[in-house]
Design a protein. Structure first.
Length: 410
């Protein structure tokens, strides 16, 4: 795991003023009422999804295996994601459905290694690290399973739903709850080590970001637009950077949220906010290196050259990681509910709300391939074992792909 540079001169933690809080249900109802009311945009002002255009594919894709997990997500609101880990015998894909069924598959063949029933409704999908698998529930449950055989190691209750996978380290587990808390647990027994709470605005996006665990720090984004680095052992706030400041005439226009998980690479932290900015922060000094006005709520990814993301309009962008300058933008999937991207072998892979999987070139954003994987949305970024690509659709279908072909210009 990486270390966050330690600097005792970092600025004191920013303490936002208290704001009225509502439950997620109340916030959701208020948002719906606003959008349907006379003071909001009418239905015909909502952008329709872009039609899929024909193109000549330069990458070939192949279904390797698939499996129907099933789902009890009657309201089609959950965004479950699988996780890839290493176990005896090779890579394992671990997935869950909304009812609490967890299955580990051989990532190469799709053969089932083990199956477990948690006995609770799942909210955030699968997180993992080392020899543990962590699954979170709708009522605040956190369950740890043995990666090798699915045995329940421990179960804890943190009192609030977790909509994103847990971050799992060798000694600690970190989760972001829907009521504005970051909670850190002991990975060996689930005991709560510390927590920190931030105010939840009157309206926020459904979902939370996945924290990032490092050797001596944990990084987390919050619903009020703040991004904070903490000392892992004590929970002390090392620094806070505001990624988005609320502005506008009403709660919808003022809604900001850091639902995108931060990244840390080569001493720089990258964070993205809805109706805010994409920022690069020097971890040693807590100073913003650059900031670019941008809006997004899906996870970001990177390679040695660029940061890649899906913005709030479902446009794919590549941003120079040194300067924040946009290198290219691809709007072919406008308003198609596109997932966060996976970057693999010079390709960006995303899913959309109609169950299509799309391949683009990291070099310039050109379209490389497309296939229909499912009959429902693919809300989370694909994951990979380094060779195969895996998606989990909202209906509960798991599909594994391989791809090959030209990804650079000749």
């Amino acid at each position: 795991m990486q270390h966050l540079p330690h600097n005792k001169s970092l600025p004191p933690a920013y303490r936002p003023s208290a704001r009225p809080q509502t439950t997620l249900l109340a916030a959701s109802l208020l948002a719906v009422a606003f959008l349907l009311g006379g003071c909001a945009a009418k239905k015909d002002h909502v952008d329709p999804p872009a039609p899929l255009k024909e193109f000549v594919a330069s990458v070939s894709t192949q279904d390797v295996w698939s499996y129907g997990m099933g789902s009890a997500d009657r309201n089609a609101q959950l965004s479950l994601t699988p996780w890839v880990g290493r176990a005896a015998g090779g890579s394992v894909l671990v997935a869950t459905d909304a009812r609490g069924q967890v299955i580990a598959f051989d990532s190469r063949t799709g053969e089932q290694r083990w199956r477990a029933e948690l006995g609770f409704a799942v909210a955030g999908g699968v997180g993992g690290g080392g020899d543990k698998v962590i699954v979170t529930g709708l009522r605040g449950e956190v369950a740890a399973l043995d990666l090798s055989n699915g045995t329940l190691l421990w179960k804890a209750d943190i009192g609030s739903v977790v909509n994103a996978p847990a971050a799992v380290g060798s000694l600690s587990i970190a989760v972001r709850t829907a009521d504005g808390r970051l909670v850190v647990l002991n990975s060996s027994n689930g005991e709560r080590l510390w927590s920190d709470a931030r105010p939840v605005p009157p309206l926020s996006l459904q979902g939370t970001s996945q924290p990032i665990l490092m050797q001596d720090a944990v990084l987390a984004g919050f619903d009020n637009g703040d991004f904070t680095a903490y000392e892992l052992g004590s929970g002390r706030r090392l620094f806070t950077v505001n990624v988005a400041l609320p502005s506008g005439r009403n709660d919808v226009e003022r809604m900001v949220d850091v639902d995108s998980s931060p990244l840390f690479d080569r001493g720089i932290i990258y964070a993205l906010a809805y109706q805010g900015r994409l920022v690069a922060i020097d971890a040693a000094t807590a100073q913003v290196v650059w900031a670019t006005k941008m809006s997004g709520f899906s996870n970001i990814t990177l390679d040695t050259t660029a940061i890649y993301l899906t913005d709030a309009n479902s446009h794919l962008l590549a941003v120079d990681r040194r300067t924040g300058r946009t290198l290219w933008s691809q709007d072919a999937l406008h308003a198609r509910g596109v997932s966060a991207p996976l970057v693999l072998n010079g390709q960006l892979i995303v899913g959309d709300k109609e169950g299509y999987v799309h391949w683009f070139a990291t070099e310039d954003g050109r379209m490389l391939a497309r296939t229909r994987a499912a009959n429902s949305a693919i809300p989370r970024a694909p994951v990979s074992d380094g060779e195969r690509i895996f998606i989990e659709a909202r209906e509960g279908r798991i599909v594994a792909f391989t791809s090959s072909g030209t990804t650079t210009r000749k």
